[in-house]
Design a protein around this ligand. Structure first.
Ligand code: MG
Length: 255
């Protein structure tokens, strides 16, 4: 099932997306992870007639630095023995078709397509075998990065944290095998990243265990699982489309 948040006039609503139709449900996104049957179904909307919102507003976004075997090979780096993590601020979140604003303090802003785990309920010290019980679904995240500032600073916070540097969406897919999904990215229609999540070093479930051992994950928090090979720069006016097979396409324009 694909879940979306969208604007109807000025009202923010949650709905189930099927083909190009949205059926509104009277609950929040996090409530919808549990059982949509208990929520009454209301209006029907055409996808092309509403504005999609970021599917949710996480309290934090925990990202994984290097998590694809093919990306590590590309960089000539040894495979990490445990995940390297960092946090993007929630203030960076934008949705499908929202503009990514190119900051004047950077001269190289890169795309990074990633599959993102959405947490469904409070998670602390979760065992790997129980991790799926805490996952509400999966979305696409573009881990936009000011690469020149990342290389200059020892800490990555500045490079990863500009407003608009965290596009997520277009929907949350609640039923998906995260260990075997085609993942790709197009810049101005040209394929730049093209891999499969089976190349991930640490699985979604291992990441829920590792990160929830450190910090409590709140309902709606996001774990972004790292990017495959082929990262590169974007320029003002470019159109970037991040795609995961069973989720859809997250499209943004650079302004
Ligand atoms: Mg990344």
């Amino acid at each position: 099932m694909k879940l979306v948040r969208f604007l109807d006039g000025k009202k923010k609503k949650t709905g189930i997306l099927e083909d190009n139709n949205i059926t509104e449900i009277n609950c929040s996104m996090v409530e919808a992870f549990n059982n949509t049957e208990q929520f009454s179904k209301q209006g029907r909307y055409n996808l092309n007639e509403v504005k999609l919102l970021p599917p949710l507003l996480p309290s934090k976004i925990v990202c994984v630095g290097l998590n694809y075997i093919d990306h590590a090979r590309e960089l000539n780096m040894e495979l990490p023995d445990e995940p390297v993590i960092f946090i993007k601020p929630s203030t960076g979140v934008i949705g499908h078709l929202d503009p990514i604003i190119y900051p004047s303090s950077s001269k190289q802003v890169d795309y990074e397509v990633e599959i993102a785990v959405v947490i469904s309920k409070k998670a602390h010290q979760v065992k790997k075998k129980d991790a799926d019980d805490y996952i509400g679904g999966y979305t696409i995240l573009n881990d936009v990065t000011a690469r020149d500032l990342q290389n200059k600073d020892v800490q990555w916070t500045r490079a990863k944290s500009f407003n608009t540097f965290c596009p997520i969406g277009p929907c949350i897919q609640t039923q998906l095998d995260p260990s075997n999904q085609k993942i790709s990215l197009k810049l101005n229609g040209e394929i730049k990243q093209d891999s499969n999540t089976k190349n991930m070093i640490f699985s979604a479930q291992e990441l829920v265990k590792f990160i929830s051992d450190i910090m409590t994950l709140n309902p709606g928090d996001i774990i972004s699982t790292g990017t495959p090979p082929g990262v590169g720069p974007m320029n003002i006016g470019d159109i970037v489309e991040a795609e995961v097979e069973e989720i859809g396409v997250l499209k943004n324009i650079i302004k």
